[in-house]
Design a protein around this ligand. Structure first.
Ligand code: UD1
Ligand code: CA
Length: 481
């Protein structure tokens, strides 16, 4: 990856990447912008930007946006790329027309499609390198597809040479042309000067009434300029997501590739077809992922962990040798090495589980730190709590953190023991090594090394049941029954 201003593959020329992302996505039947639909756990456009950013610096990347432009602009804001507004979407050719001022100062313009997220930086480089070495007016990235339906077809001058005569869109193609299996990927490299010298020759006289960028091929050939084709190594890289079915197919390919990569790196994933692992997830070697697990967002998992079935982890950080038993939910949580969770634990945002700590079944934590070696094994709610090391939280313990208006903190210091079924009414503090008797309602601080019992004293009425029974028998007899 180069962060320098000049391009890494051709230092003498300046290269821009334009990503067409203005379309409405009519075929998705969605009210949301097409390029913000997600595959592999992030928007279509984010994948294309990530690949592009490995080829040129962010300041040389231009997303052409239009439909719901504000949402798209916001979604890409932190990548540092530029946005060009195509207020009316009048076709892929028109998209480049509106980006003229931004792109004309460059030598080479690479055009990518915001709805084709499987493209890799290697393939973009291959296209750019080929273009730089051959110096035609336009290079088209092509692929041979078993089923080319829906794609533009590449008409070559001859099968043996890379020279192209034209691209014909499916709707305008003659029956013989539809049989051509070499398709236009929608990715191109252009000589910027020649592109903008001829772009106004595009017409919208076609079945869609749009300005097709694909028509630039025939226009440049007519102007006696060279147009070449270069094939993608993997034809699947160019797949576009025009329909929900295509989008789901791309998501599947991306996730299977992710699982294969993780397995290559030393992670065992049983029944990977049942697991949902987002593309930015990191997992260390010797970790085992069982069937039906979801690992999402920017989650990082250490090595030697075991993630058992039906667990869903998002945006969390998990250390080495952590055991997560079945059906846990973790969201923005941190779990230190050697900790054990579940089954059925729920760690909400801001949960920090210390080294070797245990969180058991039906325990919910939120904005809570559980120190090293501490245990909360059964049926608890721990919210807004600072819990020290080697603390035992008995079954059914609840931190009452909310007074109806504000949240308050519960502090439990090192070595404290909280008896089962206790309620700790925050703000409240239990000192070091202090004990709280079972079923206590603790409303006042408990000093270190002391015992607090906050419940009614037990009353025993000896013989009470026996007396009651005798009384009933007597009255039954009197009633003659
Ligand atoms: C396009 C190509 C087709 C190629 C296919 C590959 C044209 C005319 N056809 O068809 O030859 O085989 O890609 O996937 O280019 N967009 C804009 N502004 C617009 C219209 C579209 O930014 O005014 C964007 C879309 O958001 C999309 C991209 O351009 O990201 C491609 O447009 P789309 O309508 O999906 O073209 P295809 O029909 O797939
Ligand atoms: Ca498309």
């Amino acid at each position: 990856m180069s962060k320098s201003k000049s391009s890494p593959f051709h230092p003498a020329s300046r290269v821009a990447i334009a990503i067409m992302a203005a379309g409405k996505g009519t075929r998705l039947k969605s009210k949301h912008p097409k390029v913000l639909h997600e595959v592999g756990g992030k928007p279509l456009l984010a994948h294309v930007i990530a690949a592009a950013a490995k080829v040129v610096p962010a300041q040389d990347i231009y997303a052409i946006i239009g439909h719901e432009a504000d949402r798209v602009r916001q979604a890409v804001a932190q990548t540092g790329i530029n946005c060009v507004l195509q207020a009316e979407q009048r076709g892929t050719g028109h998209a480049l027309m509106v980006a003229r001022d931004a792109l004309a100062p460059y030598d080479q313009v690479i055009v990518l499609s915001g709805d084709a997220p499987l493209i890799t930086s290697q393939t973009i480089k291959k296209l750019a390198d080929f273009h730089s070495s051959q110096r035609p007016a336009m290079t088209i990235l092509t692929a041979q597809l078993q089923d080319p339906t829906g794609y533009g077809r590449v008409i070559r001058k001859s099968q043996k040479r890379p020279d192209v005569k034209a691209i014909v869109e499916e709707k305008s193609a003659a029956p013989a042309q539809r049989k051509i299996r070499e398709i236009n990927s929608g990715f191109y490299a252009f000589d910027a000067k020649l592109l903008f010298a001829h772009i106004n020759e595009l017409s919208n006289d076609n079945p869609h009434g749009e300005f097709y960028l694909t028509d630039m091929a025939a226009i440049l050939v007519k102007a006696k300029k060279r147009v070449l084709a270069v094939a993608a190594d993997d034809p699947h890289e160019i797949l576009g997501s025009n329909t929900r079915a295509e989008m789901v197919d791309i998501d599947w390919r991306m996730r299977m590739a992710k699982c294969r990569q993780l397995m290559t790196d030393g992670v065992t994933i049983f029944y990977p077809q049942t697991c949902v692992i987002d593309c930015d997830v990191e997992i260390g070697a010797d970790t085992v992922v069982e069937p039906f697990v979801q690992i999402l967002g920017k989650t990082r998992i250490g090595s030697d962990c075991r993630i058992r079935s039906y667990t869903v982890i998002s945006n969390s950080v998990i250390g080495d040798s952590v055991l997560i038993r079945p059906a846990c939910m973790l969201d923005e949580a941190q779990v230190m090495k050697g900790a054990e969770l579940g089954p059925y634990s729920r760690l909400r945002p801001g949960s920090e589980i210390g080294e070797g700590a245990h969180v058991g079944n039906f325990v919910e934590t939120k904005k809570t730190r559980l120190g090293k070696g501490s245990k909360a094994n059964h049926l608890s709610y721990l919210g807004d709590a600072e819990i020290g090391e080697d603390v035992n939280i008995g079954a059914g313990t609840i931190t009452c953190n909310y007074d109806g208006e504000r949240k308050h903190t519960t502090v439990i210091e090192d070595g404290a023991f909280i008896g089962s079924d206790s309620t700790l009414v925050a703000p409240v503090k239990v000192g070091q090594r202090a004990y709280v008797g079972a079923a206590s309602c603790i409303t006042d601080d408990v000093p270190p090394d002391s015992l607090a019992i906050g419940r009614a004293r037990q009353i025993v009425k000896e013989g009470w049941i026996k007396a009651k029974r005798a009384e009933r028998q007597k009255s039954d007899k009197a009633a003659g029954s």
